[in-house]
Design a protein around this ligand. Structure first.
Ligand code: AMP
Length: 548
C-alpha cells in the first residue's frame, strides 16, 4: 500500500520548530495588547460570496486560488442526480398540505420544468425566476437545475415533490393581496427554502473579509468606537508551492475599523499601525526589514489611473510578457507587479499612480508619511506597490526582507475604506495588515543560523606533544579577538579535519615541522584551498577573512 503523506503545499510543524512559532505568537500577542488590540477568531470557512464581493472576482486569489466546494445537503444543485433526488425528495402528494395555523404547500417540479406549488399556487414559478433570489448562483447552477428537472421528469414521468413550503399565517394566501405580490412572496420563500442547504463555501484565503463580515454581523459599528482586532490562524490558497509559499499557511494580522465619526479615516491610524509593525518586527528581533509604502488613492483615483495606464500600455504591451499583455487589457494596475526582467524598463517608464491622486488622497498620504518621519519609522516610497486585492484604497504597504529570496514579502496591508459597503455593511473605513508567520519563522531561522556561524579557526595539534604549543597559539589568536576552537593532539589528522569542518572556517595544522619552521599549514573549507602561512602573519590573515 502506498504510504499517505501530508498534502502538497501543507506540512507538519514539529518540535523544536514549534517552540519558535509559539515565541512569535507570544511576542505578537504582547505587542498587540500594548496597543490595545483584542483578539478575534472567525471561522476558517465562509460563504464564497464574501470573498467574491470583498476581495474581488478578478483577483488571482478569487479567480484561481480558492478552495471552494458546494456544501452538499438535500438540495445541492451541482451534485444532484435525478435518481438521488427521487430517493431524497421525502414527501408524497398524499401528505396533508394544511397544518395548524399555517398553510403548508408542497413544492413540486413539473414536466414543463417549472416549479409549481402543488395546489393553491397563484401561478407557476420557473427555475430561472427562483434562482434570481440567490445572486451568488452562477449561470452554471441555473443550467444544472433546469437540466436536472428535465432529466427527472422525463425519467419518472412524474412531478416531484421537493419539499414543503410553510407559509406563516401572516403571509398566507388570503393575506398577501394582489396576485403579483403573492407571486413574489412565493418565489422568495421557495427560493429561501430550496437553496437553504445548497451553499457554496470557501476556505478563507485571507482574514480581512471575515473580520469585516463579523464587524457587520455583530453591529460593532454601533458602539461608535474604533474596533482594534487581531487574529492568528491558518489561511488557504491553491498556489504553486515553493519555499515560503504554501497552500496552508498561517497569518498574524490586525484591523482597525469603525465609523468615520470614530476617526477611522484618519492618517494617524495608518501611521500608528505602521509604527506598531516596526515595533513588532524589532521585538521579534527581525533585523534588516524594509517598509515600502504607496497610495493607491480612492476608488475614483484608481479607476482614473487604470485608464491612464491602459492608454500608456497600448503602445508597449505588445513587447512585454504574455501576462502583461493580458493584464494591459483586463487589469492594467497588475502590470506593475510583473517580475519579468525584460519588462522592467517598460514598467519604470509608465505613468505613476502618484500623479493620478486627487488632492484629498495626496494630503492623506502626506500626513501618513509626516507622522512616520516624526516617529522615526523609516520607509521607502514604492510607486509600483499596488497589491493584489481589490479592496485597497489609499495607503498600501509591504515589509520585505532580503533573506527570504523570491517570496520576500514578510507582510502586507493597507486601507480598505469601501470594503464594508461592498459586502453589504455600513460605511466603515479601516486599515489592516497580514503577516506571513511561515516567513517570519524562515527569517528567524536564517538569522539563528547566521548567528551560529562557524568560528574563524580550528587549531589542530599533530600529536600530544604539540598540545601546549597549540594552546599558546590559540591564546595568541583569541587575544587578538579571533574566535578559535582548540583540538587535541590525540586526534588522528582525519578526525581533526572532520571536527574542524563542523565548527570552523579554517583548520590550522601545528606539527613539529611547523613549530620549528614557523610556517603553518592552513586549509579553508569553503574553497578547499590549502596554503602555507607564516605564523607571524596568521593573525592578520584570519582577521581580514573574519571581516570579509
Ligand atoms: P497577501 O494578503 O497576499 O499580501 O499576504 C500577506 C502575507 O501573507 C504575505 O506578505 C506573506 O507573508 C503571507 N503569505 C501570503 N501567501 C502565502 C503563502 N502561500 N504561503 C506563505 N505565506 C503567504
Amino acid at each position: 500500500m502506498s504510504t499517505l503523506k501530508a498534502v502538497r503545499g501543507t506540512r507538519d510543524l514539529l518540535p523544536p520548530e514549534t517552540a519558535l512559532w509559539n515565541r512569535i505568537e507570544e511576542t505578537a500577542r504582547r505587542v498587540f495588547a500594548r496597543y490595545n488590540f483584542g483578539e478575534i477568531r472567525t471561522p476558517v470557512f465562509e460563504d464564497t460570496a464574501l470573498f467574491a464581493r470583498g476581495v474581488g472576482e478578478e483577483t488571482d486569489i478569487v479567480s484561481k486560488e480558492m478552495y471552494t466546494w458546494e456544501d452538499r445537503e438535500r438540495f445541492d444543485v451541482s451534485g444532484m442526480s435525478s435518481s438521488w433526488l427521487h430517493q431524497n425528495s421525502g414527501f408524497t402528494h398524499s401528505e396533508s398540505n394544511v397544518k395548524l395555523g399555517e398553510h403548508t404547500i408542497d413544492l413540486v417540479i413539473t414536466r414543463d420544468a417549472t416549479l409549481r406549488t402543488h395546489d393553491q399556487s397563484p401561478s407557476p414559478i420557473t427555475v430561472t425566476e427562483l434562482v434570481q433570489f440567490k445572486p451568488e448562483l452562477k449561470q452554471y447552477d441555473v443550467d444544472r437545475l433546469i437540466e436536472l428537472v428535465e432529466e427527472f421528469v422525463t425519467s419518472t414521468g412524474n412531478a416531484l415533490v421537493l419539499g414543503k413550503l410553510v407559509v406563516p399565517e401572516t403571509r398566507n394566501l388570503q393575506a398577501t393581496g394582489h396576485p403579483d405580490t403573492q407571486h413574489r412572496v412565493f418565489v422568495e420563500q421557495i427560493a429561501g427554502n430550496f437553496f437553504q442547504s445548497s451553499q457554496r463555501l470557501t476556505l478563507r484565503p485571507e482574514n480581512t473579509a471575515g473580520v469585516v463580515r463579523a464587524y457587520i454581523e455583530h453591529n460593532l459599528g454601533e458602539t461608535g468606537q474604533l474596533q482594534k482586532l487581531f487574529y492568528i490562524g491558518p489561511q488557504f490558497r491553491r498556489e504553486r508551492p515553493q519555499k515560503g509559499r504554501y497552500r496552508q499557511f498561517s497569518q498574524i494580522g490586525a484591523e482597525v475599523i469603525g465609523p468615520p465619526s470614530a476617526g477611522s479615516e484618519s492618517p494617524l491610524r495608518d501611521a500608528e499601525v505602521l509604527e506598531m509593525l516596526a515595533t513588532l518586527l524589532d521585538e521579534l528581533e527581525i533585523t534588516g526589514w524594509t517598509l515600502n509604502i504607496n497610495s493607491v488613492g480612492s476608488a475614483a483615483d484608481r479607476a482614473r489611473y487604470n485608464e491612464v495606464l491602459r492608454a500608456a500600455l497600448a503602445d508597449v504591451a505588445g513587447k512585454m510578457c504574455g501576462d502583461c499583455q493580458r493584464r494591459a487589457v483586463t487589469n492594467p494596475l497588475r502590470v506593475l507587479d510583473c517580475k519579468v526582467e525584460a519588462d522592467q524598463a517598460y514598467i519604470e517608464a509608465l505613468p505613476r499612480m502618484a500623479d493620478s491622486l486627487d488632492e484629498e488622497s495626496k494630503a492623506h498620504f502626506a500626513a501618513v508619511t509626516a507622522a512616520l518621519d516624526e516617529a522615526g519609522v523609516e520607509y521607502t516610497r514604492n510607486h509600483r506597490l499596488v497589491r493584489g486585492l481589490d479592496y485597497y484604497t489609499r495607503t498600501t504597504f509591504e515589509f520585505t526582507h532580503g533573506g527570504l529570496g523570491a517570496q520576500n514579502a514578510l507582510l502586507g496591508g493597507g486601507r480598505y475604506d469601501g470594503l464594508s459597503e461592498a459586502i453589504g455593511g455600513p460605511k466603515a473605513p479601516g486599515i489592516g495588515f497580514a503577516m506571513g508567520e511561515d516567513r517570519l519563522v524562515l527569517t528567524l531561522e536564517a538569522q539563528e543560523e547566521a548567528k551560529a556561524e562557524k568560528v574563524d579557526a580550528y587549531i589542530a595539534p599533530l600529536g600530544e606533544g604539540m598540545n601546549a604549543a597549540a594552546l599558546a597559539l590559540s591564546r595568541e589568536l583569541r587575544r587578538a579577538g579571533l574566535r578559535v576552537e582548540l583540538g587535541d593532539g590525540s586526534f588522528r589528522l582525519k578526525k581533526s579535519f572532520e571536527a574542524a569542518d563542523k565548527t570552523a572556517r579554517r583548520i590550522v595544522i601545528l606539527g613539529e615541522d611547523e613549530l620549528k619552521s614557523g610556517i603553518l599549514t592552513v586549509k579553508e573549507f569553503a574553497s578547499g584551498e590549502q596554503s602555507k602561512v607564516a605564523r607571524t602573519e596568521l593573525k592578520m590573515i584570519l582577521a581580514m577573512a573574519a571581516k570579509a
